[in-house]
Design a protein around this ligand. Structure first.
Ligand SMILES: CC(C)(COP(=O)(O)OP(=O)(O)OC[C@H]1O[C@@H](n2cnc3c(N)ncnc32)[C@H](O)[C@@H]1OP(=O)(O)O)[C@@H](O)C(=O)NCCC(=O)NCCS
Length: 190
């Protein structure tokens, strides 16, 4: 069941749109890859049924966009918001994302993330947007830096991932005024 309004958002190379159960085959194709999920804390998908379940019980239950490659029409990733676990009383969200390994290193997630950050401040009207990653996720750390988030610190021994391993959390955030200042300096140009 659809819980949130998910508008379609266009970037230069991508369409960000609501997930559909019909996307299970595309999701499975990238989510079965052990290089994608575990570094973000989630288990590689075992079959298409699991991908269908994740679409209906996870993606469609929160503000999550399917990332569609405009050239092929294929779903190649996901981006969205969750409740900010560290700021329950603040108008805040935590952003998360993942992308098919075939498409890494082309600036695509930075392109998608900047549009979603714009949505966070200009449509949702957030006061602060947060994002976390692990120490060893250098690609994600780079995306976070390119988007202009501020590093807040690292929580040691903070987060149990799907296989029981306990990891640290590198915390970053962007305040509304920082977003406004970066936008004035041409931050939106990807
Ligand atoms: C993290 C992820 C979304 C990045 O997507 P992407 O489209 O490749 O990101 P971009 O191309 O916009 O930027 C990647 C940056 O990392 C850099 N990079 C790549 N490999 C790197 C490495 N080993 N060390 C440091 N930086 C690296 C790239 O050079 C690029 O930076 P640049 O533009 O300054 O050259 C993608 O790798 C992914 O889905 N990973 C698995 C899931 C995941 O980690 N999700 C996030 C959980 S917090």
């Amino acid at each position: 069941m659809k819980k949130y309004r998910i508008p379609t958002i266009e970037t230069k190379r991508l369409t960000l749109r609501m997930w559909s159960k019909k996307d299970a085959a595309d999701l499975y194709e990238y989510a079965k890859n052990p290089n994608v999920g575990p570094i973000a804390g989630w288990k590689p998908h075992s079959d298409q049924a699991e991908s269908r379940f994740i679409i209906s019980e996870v993606f469609l239950q929160k503000m999550a966009w399917a990332i569609v490659d405009k050239d092929t029409g294929k779903v190649i990733g996901s981006i969205g918001f969750e409740d900010d676990k560290f700021r329950p009383d603040i108008h805040s969200r935590e952003m998360g994302y993942s992308l098919s390994e075939d498409f890494w290193g082309k600036g695509l997630m930075t392109e998608a993330a900047k549009k979603i950050i714009q949505y966070a401040f200009e449509v949702l009207g957030l006061d602060i947007l947060s994002i976390t990653t692990s120490e060893d996720n250098l690609r994600s750390r780079r995306v976070i830096e390119k988007c202009g988030f501020e590093y807040e610190g690292t929580l040691r021994y903070a987060y149990k991932i799907y296989d029981g391993t306990i990891e640290e959390i590198r915390c970053y955030s962007m305040m509304r005024q920082e977003y406004i200042d970066m936008k004035k300096r041409g931050w939106c140009d990807v």
